[in-house]
Write a protein that binds this ligand. Structure first.
Ligand SMILES: [Zn+2]
Length: 255
């Protein structure tokens, strides 16, 4: 399995990162993709990649909740880093209007700029979209004709949302711990997405799946999400593993 979205480079894992990676490997995780947050987190990503070079790949981007008035300066300083490491994606990028709409316009501009990086460098995006599907689709539509590939990470939307997204592009959907929650409507939405466009992810340390809900999440728990997914799609665990791994390898051009 590939955990396509994990923040195991963050301070929450400073005390036991080696064990976290070891437990992931024991749970069947062959690879982990680390999306960036801001300029300060970049050295942490690079350190983590240096320590587990065969296990992790990195994405570079400015998280929407990190977008403020200085977004333009932050992206100018971040862009040269694109040439300094073999990033597999631009991320995580997107729009988040859940807590705060103050920087709505700036978030849209920052997303547009970073999607330009995807187009210029033929990289996929890892997209964070919360309470902002209209805005995200507006920005994506401007790229019609040169639409990058990418994933809507931590997707928790409806069948209607899937339909609206597909009218804009043939994207992947990252499915995490929410699938395992008791009131989740994702089990009914997964068959509409189809296994060919689904990626497994944890979003560790957030969003731990049942039976770890409320605790620190880690990449090994992707196995709990995969089990739940197999049930929802009437597939075997092995099929979910094989098919989501193939999709992730293709999207991120992993070896
Ligand atoms: Zn994330």
């Amino acid at each position: 399995m590939i955990d396509t979205h994990s923040h195991i480079y963050s301070t929450e894992f400073d005390d036991d990162r080696d064990f976290v990676v070891q437990r992931a490997v024991e749970a069947g995780v062959t690879h982990i993709i680390l999306p960036n947050e801001n300029l300060d987190s970049v050295p942490r990503l690079l350190d983590t990649a240096a320590r587990y070079p065969d296990r992790v790949s990195l994405a570079l981007g400015l998280h929407p909740e990190e977008v403020r008035d200085d977004w333009d300066d932050a992206l100018r300083r971040m862009e040269p880093l694109l040439d300094q490491h073999p990033w597999v994606a631009v991320g995580e990028v997107g729009i988040d209007l859940y807590w705060d709409k103050t920087f709505r316009h700036q978030q849209m501009q920052a997303l547009e700029r970073q999607l330009g990086w995807c187009v210029d460098r033929d990289l996929p995006f890892i997209l964070h979209c919360r309470e902002a599907l209209d805005e995200v689709l507006d920005v994506l539509r401007q790229l019609a004709g040169q639409m990058p590939r990418g994933v809507f990470h931590c997707f928790t939307g409806t069948a209607d949302d899937v339909d609206r997204i597909r009218q804009v592009g043939d994207f992947c959907f990252g499915i995490g711990g929410v699938l395992t929650f008791k009131k989740s409507r994702l089990p009914e939405v997964l068959p509409i997405i189809g296994i060919d466009r689904i990626l497994l992810e944890t979003d560790a340390p957030y969003m731990a799946p049942v039976p770890h809900r409320g605790k620190r999440n880690e990449s090994a728990y992707v196995a709990d999400i995969a089990r739940c997914m197999a049930q929802a799609l009437n597939l075997t665990l092995d099929q979910v593993d094989r098919l989501t791994t193939a999709t992730a390898r293709q999207l991120f051009a992993l070896p």
